[in-house]
Design a protein around this ligand. Structure first.
Ligand code: KG4
Ligand code: ZN
Length: 357
């Protein structure tokens, strides 16, 4: 099977063609980072307009690079949740239009499930680790979500949340701290780079949610801690103090993510942890998680960088199993800012066990 994936949930317009064994035939990503950088975060209205401008050339580019026409596809998968409403609508409308024109089945995909399954993608010429076997623990850490899941299979019903963040996502914390330090958007890559030259022990910051038994996260206290430090000492210039502060902040985030991922794997008696989402591109997280897990005989599966950040290949792959079963959501795809995965962690006000973003 050959499936076209389309992704426009946030600030990347992406399209890709993937085969049913996970081979990526094309993978086109148009990033809006420069557009949003002056604002220190994604501006929804600007995102929708830019998706509108780029959806068509990006989709055509993905088909062209795969050497296929729309008629050669076996189906289309499009992100319909969670994400920015206007942004999601652009991708869904484009996908729906193409599906009608080419008379192909189409399925709506949950963006988070895409991230969880990105580890199965095989990019030609890029070395990928041997894929995990089910069940595995997934640590999903992106700009909008941070959670631990037990993944039993490819379907939504086979993914169970073990714990999530009660406030900021890990990537959001990177972005907010970077904004505070005047480092631009997105914050993860620049803090990652600066932290490499810093001493994580030089500045004392609080440890986020270190309760031993919990699988939940909280990053807003750490962010406030950095803010207080800056109020007290002034914003550092481009100097060693800046590097030390980045290193201390990153060490705290990474330590928490690693400790809880290993705890989840041990508690669930699962031998593999998969890293997913944009924060999984973090060098320190990739290294420290592998070391900490190895002590307990647990393998950490780290996908290549291009599979961690937002892309459409993971969306195509996440839609494959339903398309293979002959399912078709044509004319019935609704967009929503909320994930379809059942949440067990209470975020802000609201009940446990409800479906929420
Ligand atoms: O998964 P993603 O591309 O988009 C969402 O679905 O949110 O993740 C983007 C997030 C941003 O918050 C960005 O700062 C963070 O991932 N990120 C990183 C790194 N690269 C991207 N965080 C830490 N270290 C990195 N190297
Ligand atoms: Zn994402």
């Amino acid at each position: 099977m050959r499936v076209l994936g389309i992704e426009t949930s946030c600030d990347e317009t992406a399209a890709a063609v993937v085969t049913d064994d996970g081979r990526v035939l094309s993978d086109v990503v148009h990033s809006q980072v420069k557009l949003h950088a002056p604002y220190g975060g994604v501006v929804p209205e600007l995102a929708s307009r830019d998706h509108l401008r780029n959806a068509r050339p990006v989709i055509e580019g993905a088909l062209e690079r795969a050497g296929l026409g729309a008629g050669d596809l076996d189906g289309i998968a499009v992100t319909c949740r969670p994400g920015l409403s206007g942004a999601l609508l652009v991708g869904v409308q484009a996908a729906q239009g193409l599906a009608w024109a080419a008379d192909k089945p189409i399925v709506g995909v949950d963006h988070l499930v895409g991230h969880l399954l990105a580890v199965f993608l095989q990019h030609p010429g890029v070395e990928s680790p041997p894929p995990p076997s089910f069940p595995f623990i997934a640590l999903l850490a992106s700009g909008g979500h941070t959670a631990l899941y037990r993944v039993e299979g490819l379907d939504l019903s086979e993914v169970r949340e073990l714990g999530a963040t009660r406030d900021d996502a890990a990537g959001e914390a990177f972005d907010k701290v970077a904004k505070l330090l005047g480092l631009g958007y997105p914050g993860g890559p620049v803090i990652d780079r600066l932290a490499r030259e810093g001493n994580p022990e030089a500045i004392e910051l609080s440890r986020p949610m270190k309760r031993r038994d919990s699988l939940e996260f909280s990053f807003s206290g750490l962010k406030t801690n950095v803010m207080r430090w800056v109020n007290q000492h002034g914003r550092p210039g481009d100097d060693q103090i800046l590097r030390d502060l980045c290193a201390a902040f990153q060490r705290r985030v990474v330590d928490t993510l690693v400790q809880k991922a290993v705890r989840a794997a041990r508690r669930e008696e699962v031998g593999e942890i998969v890293l997913a989402g944009g924060v999984a591109a973090n060098r320190e997280l990739r290294e420290r998680s592998a070391e900490a897990a190895a002590v307990h005989g647990i393998r950490v599966v780290v996908p290549p960088f291009s599979s961690c950040t937002d892309n459409a290949a993971m969306i195509a792959y996440a839609g494959l199993s339903r398309l293979a079963r002959g399912e078709n959501d044509s004319g019935r795809i609704e967009t929503t800012p909320h994930t379809a995965l059942l949440r067990v962690t209470r975020k802000g006000p609201g009940r446990r066990g409800t479906r929420a973003s």
